[in-house]
Design a binder for this molecule. Structure first.
Ligand SMILES: [Zn+2]
Length: 250
């Protein structure tokens, strides 16, 4: 059966909710806005005239902003015709620490997300992460770590922490092996690798099991060790490191 023809007008305009990942200048007064949308994955769109004083979009199309948009499908780039702010995540934007964590979150989502490839898990994860930061949490960097671990899972690299990532042997292994993708038994561990201490391993397990924060008893050394480990894990599997991650005070 031949599908009914849609008119050009039907196809041209669409509505989407999304989170602004980044923006960059285009020409004298325009900006390109890169969004992670609920329905269309990553979308790159032009916001015309946003760098002019009194622009009707004003500050709505800034990184972290959760927006409801109307867009016009362009030949190469879509064009933003309406933008309503759902949540600007002002607390995240206004604090250096939170904004460094938020920047790492959107940068990581930008690496994973593909244009025209819907990923509801990634979209929900990014919104959850920004909401957790906006609370704000006691240790924002640990919330970022929890987010990055979930992001690794969405990208297909869920760290294996309950059995040996090399041979599958059960047990509480304590050597973390980046290439194997998790903890490994002593037989699978490369020569010279050092085991993680109990507190670092416990924190890693807690964050991997869907906790956003951790109790006040976890010391700073363990939190830093977990941060460094998750950053290396992500960089190894994504093939690049996060620029904003370096800016997060720890
Ligand atoms: Zn093994």
């Amino acid at each position: 059966m031949v599908p009914p023809c849609r008119s050009l007008a039907d196809m041209a305009l669409y509505r989407e909710q999304g989170v602004v990942l980044r923006t960059y200048k285009l020409g004298e007064t325009d900006r390109i806005v890169v969004l992670l949308t609920a329905g269309r994955g990553k979308v790159r769109a032009v916001a015309k005239g946003v760098r002019k004083p009194g622009s009707r979009f004003g500050g709505r199309l800034e990184p972290f902003s959760h927006v409801d948009l109307q867009l016009y499908e362009g030949r190469n780039l879509d064009i933003v015709t309406q933008a309503e702010l759902i949540d600007g995540f002002a607390p995240v934007r206004e604090d250096y620490m939170l904004s460094a964590c938020g920047s790492s979150m959107v940068e990581a989502a930008d690496i994973i997300a593909q244009e025209g490839e819907r990923s509801n898990r990634l979209y929900v994860l990014l919104l959850d992460g920004l909401r957790q930061l906006a609370v704000p949490p006691q240790w924002p960097a640990t919330v970022l770590d929890a987010y990055l671990l979930r992001l690794a899972s969405v990208a297909g690299y869920h760290p294996q922490l309950d059995t040996c990532a090399g041979c599958g042997a059960p047990g509480a292994h304590d050597v973390f092996h980046l290439a194997a993708g998790g903890v490994v038994c002593l037989r699978c561990a490369p020569n010279g690798t050092r085991p993680l201490d109990a507190q670092t391993l416990a924190l890693l397990r807690a964050l991997a099991s869907a906790q956003w924060g951790v109790s006040a008893t976890v010391d700073q050394r363990a939190r830093r060790a977990v941060s460094a480990l998750i950053n290396s894990f992500l960089a190894y599997h994504l093939g690049r490191s996060l620029k904003a991650w370096e800016l997060v005070p720890r």
